[in-house]
Design a protein around this ligand. Structure first.
Ligand code: 5RP
Length: 448
């Protein structure tokens, strides 16, 4: 497929990525896109319903799928845009629709930005974001295919955020988006407003670095006149990214151990559990429960009075923490809960043999923690209780498989490290773009 597949609709793209994209030649860039797409297409199996993404990288996936179809693979596709539908039909891929299939097994789509670690996305510079999100929401898995220029540390650094809006009241909707902090402009195409497949318009919104994509997505959606935004939070899994070194498969933190994880953020009082949990919740879009809020009143009164809690005091609290965890598990939702979980026996109660639960241990020196506590106001735990907390602490041992993170860095950096530890990155072929041959088998190797 040609580069510039959606060229007319790209006028809103900011300079950053175009500059980065200027480095490799278009042939090299196409080779990277093709390599990522080829890797993702290996996930398609017989009798699957496959979501077909839009954009130039997804177009390579359609070519590869068509080839596998000609070789005998049976599947049907649901396209995310009229252009993709035309392309897929031309290549002979059998198409279906939601009237026949409510569930999609796997969608393969591109993206405009992929955030390192969280794998949150900005999509929609091609203008297909609404159908892409509908298809993504109905998909069991969503494989994202990109070349390396799309990887960013924070969303919003290279790309503006496309928001699909109804034409009526455009100016009022734009004002509301600007109240959220964006510079918003209507996307144009050859001098006319760009019109989506759904008959709507696009406002390209420049929010700068997006620190809390889940929150921003909700706030944008609440604006009357907005149909959908191009923020895709916690939806990508996996991402195939091709760069000069090869094709890498990035698994999301959410896919950890095959089911939505529930993180127990443990550590003594003052280790920054709540700050870090809030940061994780903002970046991952997972619900956060403040474990301290589950203490019975009598425990809070004791701590206020500087009296250390006993095992018996902590039992009803640990039961409530376990109940919150079990509720998330029953809903098959990820979650984050803070709990000092000082003793191994406590951790037995809240984690036990729940495979979804992952212990995150915030390890910090006593002086550092005392410093945190001295700067904290309005919390019921007086600094004098720190000593008893440290004395009580039984650090998790390797059999508990903790994710141990040393304190000292900022909350954002610690959260980033936890997300990195949760995710998984595997190089599946080296120099794939340079050595790509059609239909070549992928060799799965762990990256060193
Ligand atoms: C279209 C999209 C595309 O997936 C995104 O714009 C990436 O396109 P390309 O692969 O051409 O860079 O979201 O709405």
């Amino acid at each position: 497929m040609r580069q510039g597949y959606f060229r007319n609709s790209r006028e809103g793209r900011r300079g950053g990525r175009d500059v980065m994209n200027a480095a490799p030649s278009s042939d090299d860039q196409d080779a990277l896109k093709r390599a990522a797409a080829e890797a993702a297409v290996q996930l398609v199996e017989n009798d699957m319903v496959v979501g077909l993404g839009s954009g130039s990288t997804a177009a390579f996936a359609i070519e590869a799928l068509a080839r596998r179809h000609r070789q005998g693979l049976r599947f049907v596709g649901i396209p995310t845009s009229e252009r993709t539908a035309t392309h897929a039909k031309a290549t002979g891929i059998p198409l279906t629709s939601f009237s026949e299939h409510r569930q999609i097994d796997l969608t393969i789509d591109g993206a405009d930005e992929v955030e390192h670690g969280t794998l949150n996305l900005i999509k929609g510079l091609g203008g297909a974001l609404l159908r892409e999100k509908i298809v993504a929401a109905a998909s069991h898995r969503r494989a994202i295919v990109v070349d390396g220029s799309k990887m960013v540390d924070r969303l919003g650094t290279q790309s503006s955020l496309p928001v699909e809006v109804v034409a009526f009241g455009l100016e009022a909707t734009r004002d509301s988006l600007e109240v959220l902090g964006a510079g918003a402009r209507a996307r144009m195409s050859s001098g006319d407003p760009f019109v989506t497949d759904n008959g709507n318009l696009i406002l390209d919104c420049d929010f700068g670095r997006i620190n809390d994509p889940a929150h921003l997505e909700k706030r944008i959606r609440r604006i009357v006149g907005v149909v959908e935004s191009g923020l895709f939070v916690s939806r990508a899994d996996p991402v195939f990214v091709a760069d000069a070194a090869g094709v890498h498969r990035l698994d999301s933190a959410r896919a950890h151990r095959g089911s939505p994880p529930i993180l127990v953020i443990m550590g003594v009082s003052g280790s920054g559990k709540s700050t870090i949990a809030e940061e994780l919740s903002a970046r991952l879009g997972w619900p956060f429960e403040e474990g301290d809020s589950l203490h019975p009143e009598s425990n809070i009164a004791k701590m206020h009075a500087g009296i250390p809690l006993t095992d018996a005091d902590r039992l009803p609290w640990l039961d409530r923490v376990a109940a919150w965890i079990d509720e998330q598990r029953s809903k098959k939702q990820p979650g984050i809960i803070t709990c000092s979980a000082l003793k191994r026996a406590y951790r037995q109660i809240i984690i036990g043999d729940r495979p979804e639960v992952r212990l995150v241990y915030l390890r910090g020196g006593r002086d550092l923690i005392a410093e945190h506590l001295a700067g904290r106001h309005g919390h019921f735990m007086p600094p004098a209780l720190l000593r008893s907390q440290i004395d009580t602490l039984e650090e998790p041992d390797p059999s508990e498989d903790p994710l141990t993170v040393d304190l000292g860095a900022s909350g954002a950096q610690v959260a980033h490290e936890i997300i990195r530890l949760l995710g998984n990155s595997v190089t599946i072929s080296r120099g794939a773009a340079a050595h790509h041959t059609e239909g070549a088998g992928m060799h799965w190797r762990n990256s060193a």
